[in-house]
Ligand binder design. Structure first.
Ligand code: SF4
Ligand code: SF4
Length: 305
């Protein structure tokens, strides 16, 4: 997969802007998949579901290269422009939630760069019926993940197009291969909290979601976006720990680790990749109560206790 994400990463790094500092975190790597011939046949049979992911990923590099960062772009969005943007993201692109975060040099992956510190984060659910099944990992999960990578990948390109049309600076970063950590981006954009399994847990679909981002010159988006307190979720995680107990590779830490530069680590990337190489694992998504029960129900009960 890395050979497909590299052109996008290279294009963003060449544009430059804000470069990762020396104490930034290393990016995790993609595991190699071990497909059997019957899996390859299913991928071919489902090529229409998968092709938007590949096409949008390849297109991202060209869209990034077409942006002239040396030009001056608008940096204040009006209430009317915000309304148009919000409607487009929710009603046309069918994203379940979106928000904005600010990233610093330390929060960019080591060796990478981002063009603007302001980051719009898009989130879309995956259908949970493929995940809440007895037999995991399975190909249906992997196909669903790939499809939603495509939806969010196409969405970040389209939002980029709209913002540029409005006169703002905007560059996409596809759902596959970010120059920043997307769970952290979702958390900083107030879309949810980060569960013990390292995924963003959202009100709309728990951890069963995918994310993509757009870097933008807009400075005042937070003036229009209401904030929600998700901090109770980490207290819930501390009592739950179902994913820790369920992960077959012991990849999820019972207590988060903090590295020498202050970066929080929830899981062992290396161990998780042993599971991920089998289609995409997803056992921790299935185990998480936020997938099965839903955010609002859990919150209502937990906050009362
Ligand atoms: S994806 Fe699988 S291997 Fe990775 S943390 Fe989740 S359960 Fe463990
Ligand atoms: S399974 Fe439990 S501990 Fe793990 S992320 Fe979900 S709520 Fe948190």
């Amino acid at each position: 997969m890395e050979f497909m994400t590299k052109p996008q990463q290279k294009a963003l790094n060449e544009i430059g802007g804000i470069k990762a500092s020396d104490d930034a975190k290393e990016k995790g790597y993609f595991p190699k998949r071990h497909f059997k011939s019957k899996d390859i046949l299913r991928l071919i049979q489902n090529r229409k579901r998968i092709s938007p992911t590949i096409k949008s990923l390849l297109k991202s590099a060209n869209v990034i290269k077409s942006h002239d960062i040396s030009k001056e772009y608008k940096n204040k969005i009006s209430k009317y422009e915000f309304y148009k943007l919000d409607k487009y993201i929710r009603d046309v692109l069918k994203m379940d939630s979106w928000g904005v975060a600010t990233f610093s040099e330390k929060e960019i992956f080591k060796g990478d760069a981002i063009p603007y510190k302001n980051v719009i984060v898009l989130s879309k659910h995956m259908k949970d019926d493929h995940f809440v099944v007895k037999e995991l990992p399975n190909m249906d999960c992997m196909l669903e993940v790939m499809e939603v990578y495509g939806d969010t990948g196409v969405a970040c390109l389209k939002v980029t197009g709209l913002l540029r049309y409005m006169g703002f600076g905007a560059l996409p970063n596809h759902s596959l291969g970010g120059n920043i950590n997307y769970s952290e981006a979702g958390y900083k954009a107030n879309l949810g909290f980060i569960g013990k399994h390292g995924m963003l847990i959202t009100p709309h679909s728990g951890p069963c979601n995918r994310l993509s981002v757009i870097y933008t010159s807009i400075e005042n988006l937070t003036d229009f976006i209401p904030s929600e307190d998700h901090s109770w979720g980490n207290n819930f995680c501390n009592k739950c720990k179902k994913c820790v107990a369920t992960c077959p590779y012991d990849a999820i830490y019972e207590e988060n680790k903090i590295d020498k530069n202050g970066h929080i680590e929830c899981i062992s990337n290396e161990r998780c990749n042993s599971g991920f190489s089998k289609y995409g694992c997803a056992i921790c998504i299935a185990a998480c109560p936020f997938t099965k029960v839903g955010y609002d129900k859990i919150k209502e009960k937990f906050v009362k206790e």
